[in-house]
Design a protein around this ligand. Structure first.
Ligand SMILES: [Zn+2]
Length: 181
């Protein structure tokens, strides 16, 4: 579509806040509690990984052919097209591969303290293999790619076999740490 002078129409795009009230009025919305239950099969590798987290250890799988250590673990090596060979317990230290500073929640509500999601590469995992988590005890301006971090675990009695059994990763350099958040 073009305007009279042949140029395309100007469109201004901006953020659209999502509000709970808007969802409640949406077509198809219901105002009763849905008793929906579901089961999710974690599979062999992730199931063992999550049981490991409950014990306070990070588990990996090793492929002997390409000598890669995979975290999170996988039962199959996608590079060698063969099953991986053995379980390894790896350290809970790593480095920040990449990160983001989020000042708003998923529903566009502003956050008082920004969230710091990051991809963490565990030290003993092969290069370029990491998982999403978040950073804590650090000021956003002090985060850098390659920063050495360590896991801060939930107390044992509060662990559920979830990636959130690790509360967050904090800088290994105590000088970069702020108060526990
Ligand atoms: Zn392999």
């Amino acid at each position: 579509m073009t305007r009279d002078d042949g140029t395309p129409p100007r469109v201004t795009l901006g953020p659209t806040p999502l509000k709970d009230a808007a969802f409640r009025k949406a077509v198809g919305a219901v105002d009763w509690e849905v008793d929906a239950r579901y089961a999710w099969d974690t599979g062999v590798a992730v199931g063992e990984y999550l049981r490991g987290l409950r014990r306070g250890v990070i588990l990996a799988r090793e492929c002997r052919r390409c000598r890669r250590v995979l975290v999170p673990p996988r039962m199959f090596c996608e590079q060698c097209f063969r099953p991986t060979d053995r379980w390894l317990e790896v350290s809970d230290t790593g480095t920040v591969n990449t990160f983001s500073i989020c000042h708003i929640r998923w529903d566009m509500e502003p956050l008082d303290d920004p969230e710091l999601p990051a991809v963490i590469e565990i030290d003993e995992a092969s290069a370029g293999i990491g998982f999403m988590h978040k950073l804590g005890e650090v000021a956003p301006d002090d985060v850098s790619i390659g920063m050495a971090v360590e896991a801060v675990w939930m107390p044992e009695e509060e662990r559920r076999g979830s990636i959130l059994d690790i509360r967050y990763f904090r800088p290994r350099d105590a000088k970069l740490r702020t108060k526990a958040g």
